[in-house]
Design a binder for this molecule. Structure first.
Ligand SMILES: Nc1ncnc2c1ncn2[C@@H]1O[C@H](COP(=O)(O)OP(=O)(O)OP(=O)(O)O)[C@@H](O)[C@H]1O
Length: 411
């Protein structure tokens, strides 16, 4: 999110209307609030729409490509941006309630019924830049939130010391931010955000500025502290690892619309959109059901492992359901399961063999990732195999994948 990085409820380090929190205290009033938001937010010609419902203590990952509208939604939740229409409620109390203006020639703006200012929402914001007060010690930075809420200096300092211990910075409380590493500064920022006991914590790419050696430990620590404190949180990220480690729920935003949402494991195991499949590292082919298999718009047929008898497939939650002919279906399979050849393979199931054209060769997780079309399918090959086959952009190939490697999911 631009502009207000590191601020908590619009004022650095402060969340008003809340008492400071001792670490790991999941008392009822400490637990994060139930979030119910249904929004339409515009920025220039761009519009994002989302319905977000979280139980107290849930962590939601908001994943999406650049420009998808993640920061726009976060800014609306923080009260920094007024939606065109919709509401944001925490524990049943309105933070934002706006009704769209009727379409008329006078260009009236939306009708704002409620818009609690950022500092009064009990919503914390943590970004990739720790934005600590440079002139204050780590301890004083963490104590700032509770102090701003009226907690006595002695109690706030004791709470801050406990938080620093919890985030692995015991003994470093006297240091100023400039005397700490980037990872240590982000740990202080996390302690500061949680010490302020936000009812909802918004995290905007919280590990993006950390190096690859530092990020995993800070990510683990944040997960532990979110769970221990029962904080309700929304994490905006490009990194699927953040969703896997931190989030119970994942929503995928593309072009301002949520294209995939649900429990993180369901979203990543049975993606419903090409973007979700790409971040989950699997292929996704969309089509409709035909006699228990998937048929694409171009007439390609994919048999899957899950159907037990015609017309049956596995639902994302694992339940077996029937797939009536014509129902929307997704076929999911790993790039490593795709076999690439120059000729139509003999003996393979004819239903999972199709001609394709190579569109690009890239470095892959275990060699070279070969991208093909149509449909868009990735195959992982060793460099030796690519060289032996003489593959290059534009090479016509035959692809095949065993039915046992293909999972069919109702969409
Ligand atoms: N102040 C602004 N005025 C006009 N358009 C804006 C403004 N800020 C963002 N946008 C546009 O809104 C769209 C969504 O931007 P947003 O920053 O919410 O996306 P994002 O998903 O957070 O992207 P990123 O991951 O790159 O930060 C983009 O098309 C962007 O150009």
């Amino acid at each position: 999110m631009s502009g207000e990085r590191g601020a908590v409820s619009g004022e650095r380090g402060a969340v008003s209307g809340e008492r400071g929190a001792a670490p790991g205290d999941p008392s009822p009033e400490r637990r994060g609030a139930v979030l119910d938001a249904d929004l339409r937010v515009s920025r220039g010609t761009f519009t994002a729409r989302a319905r977000l419902c979280l139980a107290g203590g849930d962590v939601l990952a908001l994943l999406g490509p650049n420009g998808a509208g993640k920061s726009t939604l976060l800014a609306a939740l923080a009260g920094l941006l007024l939606p065109d229409d919709g509401h944001i409620r925490l524990d049943g109390a309105d933070l934002t309630r706006v009704t769209a203006a009727p379409d008329d020639a006078r260009g009236r703006g939306p009708h704002v019924l409620t818009q609690v200012p950022p500092s009064g929402r009990g919503v914390g914001l943590l970004s990739q830049d720790p934005m600590l007060f440079p002139h204050l010690s780590a301890l004083a930075n963490v104590a700032f939130g509770p102090r701003a809420q009226g907690v006595t200096a002695r109690t706030a300092t004791a709470q801050a010391a406990l938080w620093l211990e919890r985030v692995g910075l015991d003994g470093l409380g006297d240091r100023r931010p400039a005397e700490l590493s980037g990872g240590q500064q982000q740990r202080v920022a996390i302690a500061r955000a949680l010490a302020a006991a936000p009812r909802l914590l918004l995290l905007d790419e919280p590990f993006a500025s950390l190096d690859v050696d530092t990020a995993p430990a800070v990510r683990r620590m944040l997960r532990d502290q979110l769970r221990a404190s029962g904080t309700t949180a929304v994490v905006v990220t490009h990194d699927v690892l953040d969703a896997v480690v931190l989030a119970d729920q994942t929503a995928v935003l593309v072009d301002g619309e949520i294209v995939d949402e649900g429990p993180t494991a369901r979203v990543l195991v049975a993606p419903r959109s090409p973007f979700t499949a790409s971040i989950a590292g699997v292929n996704l082919v969309l089509g409709t059901a035909d006699d228990g298999a998937l048929v694409t718009a171009d007439g390609l047929r994919f048999a899957g492992a899950h159907p037990q008898g015609a017309g049956r497939a596995e639902k994302p939650d694992g339940a077996r359901v029937s797939l009536p002919d014509g129902a929307p279906v997704a076929a999911v399979f790993r790039p490593a399961a795709v076999i690439v050849g120059l000729h139509r393979p003999e003996g393979a199931s004819p239903r999972n063999v199709w001609p394709a054209t190579i569109t690009s060769l890239e470095h892959g997780p275990n060699g070279i990732r070969v991208q093909t079309t149509e449909p868009a399918v990735a195959a992982d090959l060793t460099a030796g195999a690519v060289a032996e086959l003489g593959l290059a952009e534009g090479t016509p190939v035959w692809l095949s994948v065993k039915a046992t490697e293909v999972a069919l999911h109702a969409r």
